[in-house]
Design a protein. Structure first.
Length: 393
Protein backbone atom coordinates (compact mmCIF):
# COMPACT_ATOMS: atom_id res chain seq x y z
CA UNK A 1 0.00 0.00 0.00
CA UNK A 2 3.06 2.27 0.01
CA UNK A 3 2.10 3.80 -3.34
CA UNK A 4 -0.88 5.59 -1.77
CA UNK A 5 -0.60 9.08 -0.21
CA UNK A 6 0.53 8.96 3.45
CA UNK A 7 -2.67 10.56 4.76
CA UNK A 8 -4.83 7.77 3.30
CA UNK A 9 -6.02 5.13 5.76
CA UNK A 10 -5.33 1.47 5.03
CA UNK A 11 -8.08 -0.79 6.35
CA UNK A 12 -10.20 -3.85 5.60
CA UNK A 13 -13.61 -3.21 4.03
CA UNK A 14 -15.12 -4.95 7.05
CA UNK A 15 -13.92 -2.08 9.23
CA UNK A 16 -16.62 0.11 7.69
CA UNK A 17 -19.33 -2.40 6.75
CA UNK A 18 -21.98 -4.53 8.40
CA UNK A 19 -23.79 -7.41 6.73
CA UNK A 20 -27.58 -7.13 7.03
CA UNK A 21 -29.88 -10.13 7.31
CA UNK A 22 -33.26 -8.60 8.22
CA UNK A 23 -36.08 -10.67 6.72
CA UNK A 24 -39.37 -9.49 5.25
CA UNK A 25 -41.51 -11.82 7.42
CA UNK A 26 -44.80 -10.25 6.30
CA UNK A 27 -46.29 -7.35 4.37
CA UNK A 28 -46.42 -6.28 0.74
CA UNK A 29 -42.78 -5.35 0.21
CA UNK A 30 -41.76 -4.91 -3.45
CA UNK A 31 -39.23 -7.53 -4.67
CA UNK A 32 -36.06 -6.02 -6.16
CA UNK A 33 -33.25 -7.37 -8.31
CA UNK A 34 -29.56 -6.43 -8.30
CA UNK A 35 -28.08 -5.43 -11.67
CA UNK A 36 -24.56 -4.16 -12.29
CA UNK A 37 -25.90 -1.82 -15.00
CA UNK A 38 -29.44 -0.89 -13.94
CA UNK A 39 -28.74 -0.75 -10.20
CA UNK A 40 -31.06 -2.22 -7.56
CA UNK A 41 -34.44 -2.02 -9.26
CA UNK A 42 -37.89 -3.60 -8.93
CA UNK A 43 -38.11 -6.96 -10.67
CA UNK A 44 -40.96 -5.55 -12.74
CA UNK A 45 -38.53 -3.03 -14.30
CA UNK A 46 -35.74 -5.46 -15.07
CA UNK A 47 -37.80 -8.45 -16.21
CA UNK A 48 -41.03 -6.60 -17.22
CA UNK A 49 -42.80 -8.77 -14.65
CA UNK A 50 -42.54 -10.01 -11.08
CA UNK A 51 -40.46 -13.19 -10.92
CA UNK A 52 -40.64 -13.79 -7.17
CA UNK A 53 -43.31 -16.08 -5.76
CA UNK A 54 -46.18 -14.67 -3.70
CA UNK A 55 -44.47 -15.71 -0.48
CA UNK A 56 -41.30 -13.62 -0.03
CA UNK A 57 -41.19 -13.89 3.76
CA UNK A 58 -37.65 -15.26 3.56
CA UNK A 59 -36.42 -12.36 1.38
CA UNK A 60 -33.99 -9.82 2.84
CA UNK A 61 -35.06 -6.26 3.57
CA UNK A 62 -33.06 -3.62 1.69
CA UNK A 63 -33.35 0.04 2.58
CA UNK A 64 -32.27 3.22 0.84
CA UNK A 65 -28.47 3.47 0.99
CA UNK A 66 -27.89 -0.26 1.51
CA UNK A 67 -25.64 -2.28 -0.79
CA UNK A 68 -26.20 -5.74 -2.30
CA UNK A 69 -24.29 -8.10 -4.53
CA UNK A 70 -24.88 -11.43 -6.22
CA UNK A 71 -22.25 -13.76 -4.67
CA UNK A 72 -22.28 -15.95 -7.80
CA UNK A 73 -21.70 -13.03 -10.15
CA UNK A 74 -19.66 -10.60 -8.07
CA UNK A 75 -16.62 -11.50 -10.21
CA UNK A 76 -18.51 -9.86 -13.10
CA UNK A 77 -19.25 -6.69 -11.12
CA UNK A 78 -22.83 -7.52 -10.05
CA UNK A 79 -22.90 -5.15 -7.08
CA UNK A 80 -24.87 -1.95 -6.52
CA UNK A 81 -26.56 0.38 -4.04
CA UNK A 82 -30.24 0.91 -3.24
CA UNK A 83 -31.11 4.47 -4.26
CA UNK A 84 -34.91 4.22 -4.24
CA UNK A 85 -36.93 5.95 -1.55
CA UNK A 86 -39.02 2.91 -0.65
CA UNK A 87 -37.92 -0.16 1.28
CA UNK A 88 -37.57 -3.26 -0.88
CA UNK A 89 -36.88 -6.96 -0.63
CA UNK A 90 -34.19 -8.98 -2.39
CA UNK A 91 -33.68 -12.70 -2.75
CA UNK A 92 -31.96 -14.37 0.23
CA UNK A 93 -29.29 -15.48 -2.24
CA UNK A 94 -27.99 -11.88 -2.38
CA UNK A 95 -25.48 -10.52 0.14
CA UNK A 96 -26.69 -7.25 1.66
CA UNK A 97 -24.70 -4.78 3.76
CA UNK A 98 -24.49 -1.13 4.79
CA UNK A 99 -21.86 1.36 5.92
CA UNK A 100 -21.45 1.28 9.71
CA UNK A 101 -20.84 4.98 10.43
CA UNK A 102 -19.76 8.25 8.85
CA UNK A 103 -16.08 7.35 8.59
CA UNK A 104 -16.65 6.15 5.02
CA UNK A 105 -18.80 8.04 2.51
CA UNK A 106 -21.37 5.68 0.97
CA UNK A 107 -21.39 7.54 -2.36
CA UNK A 108 -17.61 7.23 -2.57
CA UNK A 109 -17.85 3.55 -1.66
CA UNK A 110 -20.24 2.89 -4.55
CA UNK A 111 -17.78 4.36 -7.07
CA UNK A 112 -14.94 2.44 -5.43
CA UNK A 113 -16.83 -0.87 -5.57
CA UNK A 114 -17.66 -0.34 -9.28
CA UNK A 115 -14.04 0.46 -10.26
CA UNK A 116 -11.68 -1.92 -12.07
CA UNK A 117 -9.44 -2.31 -9.00
CA UNK A 118 -12.35 -3.71 -7.01
CA UNK A 119 -13.36 -6.04 -9.87
CA UNK A 120 -9.89 -7.60 -9.81
CA UNK A 121 -10.34 -8.15 -6.08
CA UNK A 122 -13.74 -9.80 -6.63
CA UNK A 123 -12.19 -12.34 -8.97
CA UNK A 124 -9.54 -13.19 -6.37
CA UNK A 125 -12.14 -14.04 -3.70
CA UNK A 126 -14.61 -15.88 -5.94
CA UNK A 127 -14.29 -19.64 -5.49
CA UNK A 128 -15.75 -22.62 -7.30
CA UNK A 129 -15.08 -25.11 -10.08
CA UNK A 130 -17.44 -23.42 -12.53
CA UNK A 131 -15.58 -20.33 -13.74
CA UNK A 132 -18.78 -18.44 -14.51
CA UNK A 133 -20.55 -19.30 -11.25
CA UNK A 134 -17.88 -18.79 -8.61
CA UNK A 135 -19.10 -17.68 -5.19
CA UNK A 136 -17.80 -14.75 -3.13
CA UNK A 137 -18.60 -14.95 0.60
CA UNK A 138 -19.09 -11.75 2.60
CA UNK A 139 -16.30 -12.67 5.04
CA UNK A 140 -13.85 -12.74 2.13
CA UNK A 141 -15.34 -9.57 0.70
CA UNK A 142 -14.96 -7.82 4.07
CA UNK A 143 -11.33 -8.96 4.40
CA UNK A 144 -10.21 -6.92 1.39
CA UNK A 145 -7.56 -4.39 2.39
CA UNK A 146 -7.58 -1.02 0.64
CA UNK A 147 -6.49 2.57 1.17
CA UNK A 148 -9.10 5.30 1.57
CA UNK A 149 -8.64 9.07 1.44
CA UNK A 150 -9.80 11.39 4.25
CA UNK A 151 -13.58 11.79 4.43
CA UNK A 152 -13.72 15.30 2.86
CA UNK A 153 -11.71 14.02 -0.11
CA UNK A 154 -14.00 11.00 -0.43
CA UNK A 155 -17.00 13.31 -0.66
CA UNK A 156 -15.32 15.50 -3.29
CA UNK A 157 -14.31 12.48 -5.40
CA UNK A 158 -17.85 11.09 -5.18
CA UNK A 159 -19.24 14.48 -6.21
CA UNK A 160 -17.01 14.58 -9.32
CA UNK A 161 -17.74 11.01 -10.42
CA UNK A 162 -21.46 11.29 -9.68
CA UNK A 163 -21.54 14.45 -11.80
CA UNK A 164 -20.20 12.50 -14.77
CA UNK A 165 -22.76 9.77 -14.09
CA UNK A 166 -25.55 12.35 -14.24
CA UNK A 167 -24.31 13.57 -17.62
CA UNK A 168 -24.16 9.98 -18.91
CA UNK A 169 -27.68 9.34 -17.61
CA UNK A 170 -29.15 12.48 -19.18
CA UNK A 171 -27.45 11.74 -22.50
CA UNK A 172 -28.68 8.14 -22.40
CA UNK A 173 -32.20 9.36 -21.65
CA UNK A 174 -32.09 11.73 -24.63
CA UNK A 175 -30.86 8.88 -26.85
CA UNK A 176 -33.60 6.53 -25.62
CA UNK A 177 -36.30 9.13 -26.25
CA UNK A 178 -34.98 9.68 -29.75
CA UNK A 179 -34.94 5.93 -30.34
CA UNK A 180 -38.59 5.69 -29.27
CA UNK A 181 -39.44 8.60 -31.56
CA UNK A 182 -37.79 6.81 -34.45
CA UNK A 183 -39.59 3.58 -33.60
CA UNK A 184 -42.95 5.37 -33.57
CA UNK A 185 -42.20 7.35 -36.73
CA UNK A 186 -40.92 4.24 -38.50
CA UNK A 187 -44.10 2.38 -37.62
CA UNK A 188 -46.25 5.26 -38.87
CA UNK A 189 -44.38 5.84 -42.15
CA UNK A 190 -43.89 2.22 -43.12
CA UNK A 191 -47.36 1.15 -42.01
CA UNK A 192 -48.91 3.94 -44.09
CA UNK A 193 -46.96 2.85 -47.14
CA UNK A 194 -47.87 -0.79 -46.54
CA UNK A 195 -51.56 0.07 -46.87
CA UNK A 196 -51.06 2.06 -50.07
CA UNK A 197 -48.56 -0.13 -51.92
CA UNK A 198 -48.48 -3.62 -53.26
CA UNK A 199 -46.32 -6.10 -51.39
CA UNK A 200 -43.30 -7.37 -53.31
CA UNK A 201 -41.00 -10.26 -52.54
CA UNK A 202 -37.35 -9.52 -51.85
CA UNK A 203 -36.47 -11.76 -54.78
CA UNK A 204 -38.49 -9.48 -57.11
CA UNK A 205 -36.72 -6.25 -56.12
CA UNK A 206 -33.16 -7.48 -55.61
CA UNK A 207 -30.57 -8.10 -58.30
CA UNK A 208 -28.89 -10.68 -56.09
CA UNK A 209 -29.43 -12.40 -52.74
CA UNK A 210 -26.59 -14.63 -51.63
CA UNK A 211 -25.02 -15.91 -48.42
CA UNK A 212 -21.40 -16.66 -47.62
CA UNK A 213 -19.66 -19.98 -47.43
CA UNK A 214 -19.37 -22.58 -44.68
CA UNK A 215 -15.80 -21.95 -43.75
CA UNK A 216 -13.37 -22.65 -40.91
CA UNK A 217 -10.35 -20.40 -41.43
CA UNK A 218 -7.06 -22.24 -41.37
CA UNK A 219 -5.02 -19.07 -41.15
CA UNK A 220 -5.86 -16.19 -38.79
CA UNK A 221 -2.79 -14.12 -39.48
CA UNK A 222 -3.43 -13.23 -43.13
CA UNK A 223 -4.13 -9.81 -44.57
CA UNK A 224 -7.61 -10.36 -46.01
CA UNK A 225 -10.74 -9.41 -44.07
CA UNK A 226 -13.69 -11.73 -43.55
CA UNK A 227 -17.05 -10.80 -42.05
CA UNK A 228 -19.16 -12.90 -39.66
CA UNK A 229 -22.49 -12.37 -37.89
CA UNK A 230 -20.77 -10.72 -34.91
CA UNK A 231 -19.74 -7.83 -37.17
CA UNK A 232 -23.35 -7.05 -38.12
CA UNK A 233 -25.10 -4.67 -35.71
CA UNK A 234 -28.50 -3.01 -36.21
CA UNK A 235 -27.77 -0.30 -38.77
CA UNK A 236 -23.97 -0.46 -38.63
CA UNK A 237 -20.97 -2.56 -39.54
CA UNK A 238 -18.93 -3.23 -36.39
CA UNK A 239 -15.23 -3.81 -37.04
CA UNK A 240 -14.08 -3.57 -33.42
CA UNK A 241 -13.26 -7.26 -33.69
CA UNK A 242 -11.55 -7.86 -37.03
CA UNK A 243 -10.99 -11.29 -38.57
CA UNK A 244 -8.20 -12.04 -41.03
CA UNK A 245 -7.51 -14.91 -43.40
CA UNK A 246 -4.87 -15.72 -45.97
CA UNK A 247 -4.99 -14.40 -49.52
CA UNK A 248 -5.37 -17.95 -50.86
CA UNK A 249 -8.41 -18.63 -48.66
CA UNK A 250 -9.94 -15.27 -49.55
CA UNK A 251 -9.56 -15.84 -53.29
CA UNK A 252 -11.33 -19.18 -52.98
CA UNK A 253 -14.24 -17.87 -50.92
CA UNK A 254 -14.68 -14.50 -52.62
CA UNK A 255 -15.39 -16.11 -55.97
CA UNK A 256 -18.74 -17.32 -54.63
CA UNK A 257 -20.01 -14.13 -53.00
CA UNK A 258 -18.61 -10.89 -54.33
CA UNK A 259 -20.08 -8.30 -51.98
CA UNK A 260 -20.20 -4.71 -53.19
CA UNK A 261 -20.26 -1.41 -51.34
CA UNK A 262 -23.92 -0.47 -50.73
CA UNK A 263 -25.15 -4.06 -50.43
CA UNK A 264 -27.27 -4.88 -47.38
CA UNK A 265 -25.70 -7.40 -44.99
CA UNK A 266 -28.24 -9.52 -43.09
CA UNK A 267 -27.45 -11.93 -40.25
CA UNK A 268 -29.27 -15.22 -40.87
CA UNK A 269 -27.99 -17.49 -38.09
CA UNK A 270 -27.76 -17.39 -34.30
CA UNK A 271 -28.92 -15.03 -31.58
CA UNK A 272 -28.45 -11.93 -33.73
CA UNK A 273 -30.59 -13.18 -36.63
CA UNK A 274 -32.22 -10.22 -38.36
CA UNK A 275 -29.47 -7.69 -37.69
CA UNK A 276 -28.79 -5.70 -40.84
CA UNK A 277 -26.54 -2.90 -42.07
CA UNK A 278 -25.18 -1.39 -45.27
CA UNK A 279 -21.76 -2.47 -46.44
CA UNK A 280 -19.65 0.69 -46.27
CA UNK A 281 -16.30 -0.90 -47.11
CA UNK A 282 -14.44 -0.17 -50.33
CA UNK A 283 -12.22 -3.23 -49.99
CA UNK A 284 -13.10 -6.82 -50.80
CA UNK A 285 -13.89 -9.21 -47.96
CA UNK A 286 -14.97 -12.81 -47.55
CA UNK A 287 -18.38 -13.56 -46.10
CA UNK A 288 -19.31 -16.49 -43.88
CA UNK A 289 -22.54 -18.44 -44.26
CA UNK A 290 -24.06 -16.83 -41.15
CA UNK A 291 -24.48 -13.62 -43.19
CA UNK A 292 -26.35 -12.97 -46.44
CA UNK A 293 -26.09 -9.97 -48.69
CA UNK A 294 -28.91 -8.33 -50.63
CA UNK A 295 -28.38 -6.07 -53.64
CA UNK A 296 -31.57 -4.06 -54.27
CA UNK A 297 -32.30 -3.08 -57.85
CA UNK A 298 -31.81 0.73 -57.79
CA UNK A 299 -34.54 1.14 -60.40
CA UNK A 300 -37.17 -0.18 -57.99
CA UNK A 301 -35.82 -0.15 -54.47
CA UNK A 302 -33.65 2.26 -52.50
CA UNK A 303 -31.10 0.38 -50.37
CA UNK A 304 -31.49 2.70 -47.39
CA UNK A 305 -35.27 2.29 -47.51
CA UNK A 306 -34.93 -1.50 -47.59
CA UNK A 307 -32.53 -1.34 -44.63
CA UNK A 308 -35.02 0.71 -42.59
CA UNK A 309 -37.76 -1.74 -43.57
CA UNK A 310 -35.65 -4.68 -42.37
CA UNK A 311 -34.88 -2.96 -39.05
CA UNK A 312 -38.54 -2.08 -38.40
CA UNK A 313 -40.38 -3.83 -35.56
CA UNK A 314 -43.00 -5.28 -37.90
CA UNK A 315 -40.40 -6.84 -40.18
CA UNK A 316 -38.36 -8.18 -37.26
CA UNK A 317 -41.52 -9.83 -35.95
CA UNK A 318 -42.02 -11.38 -39.40
CA UNK A 319 -38.50 -12.79 -39.24
CA UNK A 320 -39.18 -14.30 -35.82
CA UNK A 321 -42.35 -15.92 -37.16
CA UNK A 322 -40.39 -17.39 -40.06
CA UNK A 323 -38.03 -19.01 -37.57
CA UNK A 324 -40.63 -20.13 -35.02
CA UNK A 325 -40.73 -23.86 -34.51
CA UNK A 326 -37.26 -24.36 -35.94
CA UNK A 327 -34.84 -26.43 -33.90
CA UNK A 328 -32.08 -24.06 -35.03
CA UNK A 329 -32.51 -20.28 -35.17
CA UNK A 330 -31.83 -19.70 -38.86
CA UNK A 331 -33.06 -17.80 -41.89
CA UNK A 332 -32.58 -19.77 -45.07
CA UNK A 333 -32.00 -18.08 -48.43
CA UNK A 334 -35.39 -19.38 -49.58
CA UNK A 335 -37.09 -17.63 -46.68
CA UNK A 336 -35.15 -14.41 -47.30
CA UNK A 337 -36.17 -14.45 -50.96
CA UNK A 338 -39.83 -14.85 -49.98
CA UNK A 339 -39.87 -12.07 -47.38
CA UNK A 340 -42.04 -9.14 -48.44
CA UNK A 341 -41.58 -5.37 -48.66
CA UNK A 342 -43.96 -2.51 -49.53
CA UNK A 343 -42.47 -0.17 -52.10
CA UNK A 344 -43.84 3.33 -52.64
CA UNK A 345 -42.47 5.37 -55.56
CA UNK A 346 -38.67 5.59 -55.52
CA UNK A 347 -38.59 9.27 -54.54
CA UNK A 348 -40.92 8.56 -51.62
CA UNK A 349 -38.67 5.70 -50.53
CA UNK A 350 -35.67 8.02 -50.48
CA UNK A 351 -37.62 10.65 -48.54
CA UNK A 352 -38.65 8.14 -45.86
CA UNK A 353 -35.15 6.68 -45.65
CA UNK A 354 -33.59 10.14 -45.30
CA UNK A 355 -35.94 11.05 -42.44
CA UNK A 356 -35.28 7.85 -40.50
CA UNK A 357 -31.57 7.91 -41.27
CA UNK A 358 -31.24 11.43 -39.83
CA UNK A 359 -32.65 10.14 -36.52
CA UNK A 360 -30.23 7.20 -36.65
CA UNK A 361 -27.34 9.61 -37.06
CA UNK A 362 -28.50 11.64 -34.06
CA UNK A 363 -28.70 8.44 -32.00
CA UNK A 364 -25.16 7.55 -33.08
CA UNK A 365 -24.02 11.01 -32.02
CA UNK A 366 -25.48 10.40 -28.55
CA UNK A 367 -23.83 6.97 -28.44
CA UNK A 368 -20.48 8.54 -29.26
CA UNK A 369 -20.93 11.10 -26.47
CA UNK A 370 -21.87 8.39 -23.98
CA UNK A 371 -18.77 6.37 -24.91
CA UNK A 372 -16.60 9.47 -24.47
CA UNK A 373 -18.08 10.27 -21.06
CA UNK A 374 -17.64 6.66 -19.92
CA UNK A 375 -14.00 6.68 -21.01
CA UNK A 376 -13.51 10.00 -19.23
CA UNK A 377 -15.02 8.63 -16.03
CA UNK A 378 -12.87 5.51 -16.21
CA UNK A 379 -9.70 7.58 -16.57
CA UNK A 380 -10.65 10.03 -13.80
CA UNK A 381 -11.71 7.18 -11.50
CA UNK A 382 -8.37 5.44 -11.95
CA UNK A 383 -6.51 8.63 -10.97
CA UNK A 384 -8.69 9.78 -8.07
CA UNK A 385 -9.36 6.39 -6.47
CA UNK A 386 -5.65 5.53 -6.51
CA UNK A 387 -4.42 8.87 -5.20
CA UNK A 388 -2.34 9.56 -8.30
CA UNK A 389 -4.26 12.82 -8.52
CA UNK A 390 -5.69 14.71 -5.56
CA UNK A 391 -8.66 17.02 -5.38
CA UNK A 392 -8.77 20.40 -3.72
CA UNK A 393 -10.94 20.46 -0.62
Amino acid sequence: MSEYPPDWEVANLGTYLKETKERVSEGNTTPYSVSKVLGIVPQSEKFKKRVASNDISNYKIIRKGDFAYDPMLLWDGSINRMLREDTGAVSPAYVTFRVLDNSLDADYLLHFLKADTAKNFYKSISKGTNVRRQKAEFRDFASGEFAFPPLPEQKKIAEILSGIDRVIYSTSTARDRLFLLKKSLCLKLLATESKQCRQSKFSDVCIKIQDGTHFSPQSKDGNCLYITSKNIRPGRLDLSSINWISTEEHNTIYKRCQVQKGDILLTKDGANTGNACLNTLEEEFSLLSSVAFLRPNPSYCDANYMLQWIMSVAFQNEIQQEMSGNAISRLTLTKINNLSISLPPLEKQKEIAETLLSIDNQCKSYESKIDSFQMLKQAISADLLSGRKRVSI
